[in-house]
Design a protein around this ligand. Sequence first.
Ligand code: 13P
Ligand code: SF4
Length: 359
Amino acid sequence: RAGEVELEARILAAKEAMGERLVILGHFYQRDEVVKHADFVGDSFQLANAALTRPDAEAIVFCGVHFMAETADILSSPDQTVILPNLAAGCSMADMADADSVADCWEQLEELFGTEPDDAGRQPVIPVTYMNSSAALKAFCGRHGGIVCTSSNAATVLDWAFERGQRVLFFPDQHLGRNTAKAMGVPLERMPMWNPRKVLGGNTEQELLDSQVILWHGFCSVHKRFTVNQIEKARADYPGVRVIVHPECPMPVVDAADEAGSTDYIRKAIAAAEPGSVFAVGTEINMVNRLAAEHPEHTIFCLDPVICPCSTMYRIHPGYLAWVLEGLVAGVVRNQIGVDSDVASDARVALERMLAAKP
Ligand code: 13P
Ligand code: SF4
């Protein structure tokens, strides 16, 4: 506790010394001791936008995971410095699609479908990457007529892609892709999964020719823990409970829930509910616990009784935050995230398509 108080004092002093030259962004999954220091707290889409709203700040300290800081670096101006307090804060899902495997998949798809557009001008495949991916994959999408999505705009982005392509290659999260496309009416048999270790991703040519969305074989290790059994138990224990889950959960869980949406969707749904509501939430525990503390008028609990933090988000300890901030005060940049300028310019194309895509 004494250590916590001391760290908090160090962070506050460094923030004060930096003033308007600094902006701190925090994802909803960050622990409370970090979130309390953030100037903006949000989901990954809101934080990408927030990076654009403070062009005056010299330093953007991103309390989130690596792909989020890369996105902030791509969208911010060249004279701004983006810092990730702990460079080990990655995302296991983002690591499930590497640039070489996606390029190899693309080559096989080009061989099968060709590269010519159809009579309506739609290209054979549009690549769509979830925000939870490396800058290299966002750049890949930028170069191949593709786009980025987040969990808050995946349907809008898929609409954008279906207008321009005969089918979509969606990576890395199979669950977000499947849940979103299913809700838009795409039949499951037209969503083959691509396993990068197999020829044609483990599919027949015909399955791919008939496809509307080809799903990469990735998943989130936090959200895959949620199960239909947990939902059944919550309904038995709390009749009338509202079950709300993140769309990174597997399809049977999303189907059994009352609603699915991004972290910000979940927050807003809870804030808008009648006092006395009961929510079982299927997302990261730091966020669920914070929602429960912020809304004593409701009963809010995590669907998974075993604590399920995102272990990489959790690597942003206040000690690292204090260390990078004190570095800035002393004129020393620690843990900078810098995306190579060629990669950044192609990735920016895909990100800007997303920011411009309107529902
Ligand atoms: P949001 O886009 O809902 O913030 O989700 C990001 C994330 O990593 C969820 O696991
Ligand atoms: Fe990645 Fe899952 Fe953590 Fe989100 S919750 S950052 S998808 S590992």
